[in-house]
Design a protein around this ligand. Structure first.
Ligand code: 26Q
Length: 814
């Protein structure tokens, strides 16, 4: 199949053809959605030949592939990205113009696929973008949730969740392949038999199954003609289910069974920590992993490839523990289906997996009760026991019969309930284990997996996260991109270290002026977006102070609230002269897990503080709080380029990396942040003088925790802090009702697990420095430019190079 002509006329023809033959409408009576669908198909058609070509090359000359296994992909909108990658953006815009269509209106029609919670899912999306751009063979494997992350609305300031039916207007970017459905088994029992040679053989006799239908998505590299594949699996009832419908007589029962099967890929779990041991979640995990392994291995077998050498063809990267059930699944395939001996299979398996950990929070580490695993996946549980036995034998061989150590390291925990520790299984099976920022990787060795680090120091490595400059600079900040390209050429888009060539421009008054115009332009664009989307008005002359991320106690949105309330209180009480205050708009964006009470209360508090502050004449023009609902990738692309100040204020040692922090720095915002996660490295790169550091270090946090932390002493000892908390407690933000925010107030005063009060004074000092620096426009702009120039390290292309060198040992295809 040929590529349609890369001209405006060619594009118009292709577009009209799609409109007529796919949407079945003429231009004059087409809806915006028709036009959007036709435009999407047109872009797809341009990419199609390259996709097929990429596939053909890989088939004819197989290269080792990265199998990225992730339960989440937070992709964001596709249209702009695919147009950019194919070099068609300008042509498309002109072509639509000729048809009398506003390109921006069609772009706004796309519903973003929100198939992830936050950082981890967005990281997966950045990684597959980088691999395609770097010409590295990769298949992203995941779940096609029918409902992605919920749509957040506010009712009386409280979060209310609405289902995210992202597929309802059609999904032009996917290709369903029901003919390649994969059967996935569940439940039942195992049977042992002995063959003629006296070898024991195990057979899994499952008692139900579902069908996994693959949906393929294009993952185009940036202007390089490569298109990789993202393969998301959707659950359907199998033939067996359908037959039951006819045979059972109880039609309603049978249809219920069908719904049961399809439930598996119905909805993304909106929790991103403290996972509950929900059976459906384990079903989801096994479902997509079984489909993915089968998909890849069946292809190899078709070619007659010897699975003993499987690691020459694939490395499965485990994006956190969510896909770790892939380990016993590969063992099952090799041992039960391919007749490998256990040891032989284990040797292959260990070479085919590597594990990325994304957390340090103990409660976020996944464990599955043995009772549940045994019921759902009896054969896998047996294999996990066998893996554990072999592993603990190695532990004893290495460390003598240190039974305490053996118990500590066992993949099986005995308390409070016998369960499988998925992080341990991943660590034992993985050829490498990595954290996601330097500090995090160190803490992973020292605090989370110290015994494993002692056993296999060489297994542990760091790969600092990164973000794709295509989406988060080139697409999201077109005006900045133009300014950069006009100064240093276009090469930075896939070679981000070249941003360093901007350093001298920090001293160039004309460049600084142009940079400020870019910010002003982005603020204006944001103001328009917020007005249309949320009815929120913002003052474009204000400093834009932004905190956007999932709502979590450890991220400390509550500390930011204390800053806002303090400023407010200081002004209205007359202690602070408004004339001395820089106008500031504080923007929050955050979703809370629906069952996370403290997080939801904090959302309520932010909204109520915003309501009161924004209505108070005394702070007019000085302090404004905006909390647009439903923060997502689409909004991020508008918000981040407009920001002046990036809030990265987690308690040191809690945020594994953060990636929003990188997006802000690369768009020329300055960071106020703790010494946590990737903030540490951002500060090292941009320089202390271009970063507002505050708060305890991780060792100080650990010391304070060990000594005993008393938040009450900070409250009593700091007038401003006491004033702010008392104001919230007084009902000033809850129509006089003191009960509303009592849980938050009493949490601050009695427990404050993430030590917001301990860092408060230091945070206020840092904010005072921000205030002073912002007043010096030129100095601020210089810092912002240096932030951009020195943050090239945080490209996900660099992350991919690190994975390739340290973990995957794959190669770009030349
Ligand atoms: C697990 C089991 C059951 C239900 C849900 C989950 C679950 C889902 C999502 C657990 C965790 C997550 C997501 C975690 C996450 O986003 N972590 C973030 O990963 C980023 C990329 O590495 C880091 O930058 C952040 O620091 C980290 O918080």
């Amino acid at each position: 199949m040929g590529t349609p002509p890369v001209t405006v006329d060619g594009f118009v023809r292709e577009f009209l053809h799609e409109l007529n033959s796919n949407q079945g409408v003429s231009l004059s009576n087409s809806s915006v959605n028709d036009q959007y669908m036709a435009l999407a198909s047109t872009v797809r058609n341009y990419l199609m030949a390259r996709w097929l070509e990429t596939e053909r090359l890989q088939r004819e000359n197989p290269h080792k592939t990265v199998g990225y296994l992730s339960a989440e992909y937070l992709l964001g909108r596709q249209l702009g990205n695919d147009l950019l990658s194919s070099g068609l953006i300008d042509i498309a815009e002109e072509a639509l113009n000729q048809c009398g269509i506003d390109f921006a209106v069609l772009r706004a029609q796309e519903v973003e696929p929100g198939l992830g919670n936050g950082g981890l899912g967005r990281l997966a999306a950045c990684f597959i973008d980088s691999l395609a751009t770097m010409n590295v063979p990769c298949i992203g494997y995941g779940i096609r949730y029918e409902y992605g992350i919920f749509r957040q609305t506010f009712v009386d300031g409280r979060q209310v969740e609405q289902p995210d039916s992202w597929l309802s207007l059609g999904s032009p970017w996917e290709f369903a392949h029901p003919e390649h459905g994969v059967q996935v088994n569940f439940g039942g029992h195992t049977e042992k038999t002995v063959d003629e040679n006296g070898n024991e053989k195990t057979t899994w006799v499952p008692d139900w199954n579902v069908l996994g239908v693959p949906y393929n998505y294009m993952v185009p590299g940036y202007l390089n003609g490569r298109v990789n594949t993202l393969r998301l699996w959707s659950a359907q009832a199998t033939k067996a289910f359908d037959l039951q419908i006819f045979n059972s007589g109880d039609y309603a029962d049978a249809v219920r069974a069908q719904t049961f099967a399809e439930n598996i890929s119905k909805v993304l779990y909106p929790e991103d920590s403290t996972p509950q041991g929900k059976e459906l979640r384990l079903q989801q995990q096994y479902f997509f992993v079984a489909c993915s392994l089968h998909d890849f291995i069946a292809n190899q077998l078709e070619e007659g490839f010897d699975l003993h050498k499987l690691d020459e063809r694939i490395i499965f990267q485990l994006n956190d523990t969510h896909p770790v059930i892939a380990v016993p699944e590969l063992m099952r395939i090799l041992v039960d289906e391919q007749g490998f001996g256990f040891d032989e299979a284990w040797e292959v398996t260990q070479k085919c997996f590597a594990y990325t950990c994304h957390t340090l929070l103990p409660e976020a580490l996944e464990v599955w009760p043995v009772s549940l695993l045994g019921r759902l996946l009896p054969r896998h549980l047996e294999l996990i026991y066998q893996i554990n036995d072999a592993f603990l034998e190695d532990v004893r061989a290495k460390f003598g019969n240190d039974e305490m150590r053996v118990r500590r390291m066992s993949i099986i925990a005995e308390h409070p309930e016998r369960s499988v520790r998925m992080a341990y299984l991943a660590t034992v099976a993985g050829s490498k284990v990595n954290g996601v920022a330097a500090l995090h990787s160190q803490l992973l060795r020292d605090k989370v997996l110290p015994d494993f680090n002692e056993m296999w120091p060489m297994k542990f490595t760091n790969v600092t996260n990164g973000i794709t400059p295509r989406r988060f600079i080139r697409l999201a900040n077109r005006s900045l991109s133009t300014l950069i390209s006009d100064s240093i050429g276009k090469g930075w888009v896939n070679d981000l270290e070249r941003l360093r060539e901007l350093e001298p421009y920090a001293e160039d008054a004309e460049f600084r002026k142009a940079f400020r115009e870019v910010k002003a332009f982005n603020k204006e664009r944001l103001a328009r977006t917020l007005e249309q989307r949320d009815g929120i008005q913002i003052d474009q002359n204000h400093m834009l102070d932004v905190m956007v991320k999932r709502l979590h106690e450890y991220k400390r949105q509550s500390l930011k609230v204390l800053h806002v309330v303090t400023l407010y209180n200081e002004i209205i009480s007359g202690r602070l002269d408004p004339a001395d205050v820089q106008g500031r708009t504080v923007v929050f964006g955050a979703k809370a897990a629906p069952g996370y009470k403290m997080a939801k209360d904090t959302i309520h508090l932010i909204n109520k503080v915003a309501e009161v502050v924004n209505a108070d004449e005394r702070v007019q023009g000085k302090l404004h709080v905006a909390f647009p609902a439903n923060y997502n990738v689409t909004l991020a692309e508008k918000l981040i380029p407009a920001a002046d100040l990036s809030e990265q204020i987690s308690l040191a040692g809690m945020e594994a990396s953060g990636t929003g922090n990188m997006k802000f720095a690369l768009n020329g915002a300055l960071t106020i942040g703790t010494d946590d996660g990737a903030n540490v490295e951002i500060r090292e790169h941009v320089g202390d003088e271009n970063f507002f550091l505050f708060g305890m270090t991780e060792p100080e946090v650990a010391d304070l925790g060990a000594k005993g932390y008393n938040p009450g002493s900070h409250y009593e000892g700091d007038e401003r802090l006491k004033g702010a908390i008392d104001l919230i407690a007084s009902g000033a933000f809850s129509d006089g009702d003191r009960r509303v925010f009592e849980p938050i107030v009493s949490n601050w005063l009695t427990s404050d697990r993430f030590m917001a009060l301990a860092d408060y004074a230091s945070y206020m000092d840092a904010q005072a420095k921000v205030e002073a620096s912002y007043a010096d426009e030129d100095a601020w702009t210089k810092s912002a430019i240096l932030n951009i120039a020195r943050s090239g390290f945080f490209s996900s292309d660099r992350s991919m190079k690190d994975y390739i060198r340290e973990i995957w040992h794959t190669m770009p295809v030349l």
